[in-house]
Write a protein that binds this ligand. Structure first.
Ligand code: SF4
Length: 307
């Protein structure tokens, strides 16, 4: 079957929408989707918080998702004359992170974007590997790593004085998180997920321009554009709880194309109907945002590591 618009060989057939697209039409459709999503998320933020967006941070791992998100943000920033700052977290994972950070550096150079790097060593005095030896987690290493990554990114984003932060989460990441929150019955967390719709004190809002685009398409877009990205996998990734949800969703999507998009739109509907507190509470210990009235999860788990 050929591309319906150009009648030339396709590069993709989208089961969830029935579209068959050649390379040119795929690029056009992909970029339109991501830029429209970013524009709409920024407009919601501006409308709800009455702010100006002059400087945007982007979380960069050097992998395909964040590298593609940087290209999309670069398009958008030129439309609006916005400054971009690259933000990378170095967990200190041996034989993995240094290569991916090298890719992040190269991407920033090619887009003429400054890059800031912040490490777990700076945050808690040790790398993730050292932490896992001294304090083995009950569950997956991704649990402490996720807490440290969120803290590192928010801290870096505040120091870089950005108005919001773009992350490269794709549709697969997003729908897995929605399903995980559903499976725990955690509606509060579901409604607090990025993209954030307003600015909360002490917290840099996160935006997700790729959240409607499947991982496979992000990969294809990066490959067809000859983008330089890191393809390695974190050595701890096999232990992530998320893997169960990834497998479930792949199976569901195979049998019922469009499931991932449905999870996303269902989450949006829930969010429109759930009343959230107007302010996230601040941690009494560090002042960063906290999910409840007590100390934030970072202070609960890591206060003894911080001098
Ligand atoms: S896979 Fe887990 S341990 Fe590895 S970087 Fe991601 S969150 Fe951290």
């Amino acid at each position: 079957m050929a591309c319906k618009k150009c009648s030339i060989d396709p590069v993709i057939s989208r089961r969830y929408s029935g579209e068959v697209l050649c390379e040119r039409c795929f690029f056009k459709s992909f970029e339109k989707n991501a830029i429209k999503e970013l524009r709409s998320q920024i407009n919601v933020l501006i409308k709800n918080s009455d702010i100006q967006i002059k400087r945007i941070g982007i979380g960069l791992s050097g992998g395909k998702d964040s590298t593609v998100a940087l290209k999309i943000l670069d398009y958008y920033s030129k439309e609006r004359d916005i400054e971009i700052v690259g933000l990378s977290v170095d967990e200190g994972i041996e034989d993995y992170r240094s290569d991916s950070l090298e890719c992040a550096r190269k991407s920033c150079e090619s887009f003429n974007v400054p890059l800031r790097i912040f490490s777990y060593k700076e945050l808690i005095g040790m790398t993730l590997g050292e932490l896992l030896i001294s304090n083995p987690p009950d569950a997956s290493p991704c649990s402490p790593c996720g807490i440290l990554r969120r803290r590192s990114l928010n801290q870096m984003a505040k120091n870089a004085d950005v108005d919001c932060m773009v992350l490269g989460h794709n549709l697969d990441d997003f729908s897995q998180t929605v399903l995980m929150n559903h499976s725990r019955g955690d509606i509060s967390r579901l409604s607090r997920m990025a993209p954030h719709r307003s600015v909360q004190k002490g917290f840099i809002p996160r935006l997700l321009p790729l959240r409607r685009l499947p991982e496979q398409e992000v990969y294809l877009y990066a490959l067809l554009n000859n983008m330089d990205f890191h393809e390695g996998t974190c050595p701890y990734a096999g232990k992530a709880q998320r893997n169960l949800f990834r497998k479930l969703l792949m199976d569901l999507e195979q049998k019922q194309p469009g499931t991932r998009h449905s999870l996303l739109s269902g989450m949006e509907k829930i969010r429109e109907n759930v009343e959230l507190p107007s302010e996230i509470s601040s941690c009494p210990s560090c002042g960063e945002p906290s999910g409840g009235s007590g100390p934030c999860v970072f202070c609960r788990e890591f206060s003894s590591f911080v001098a």
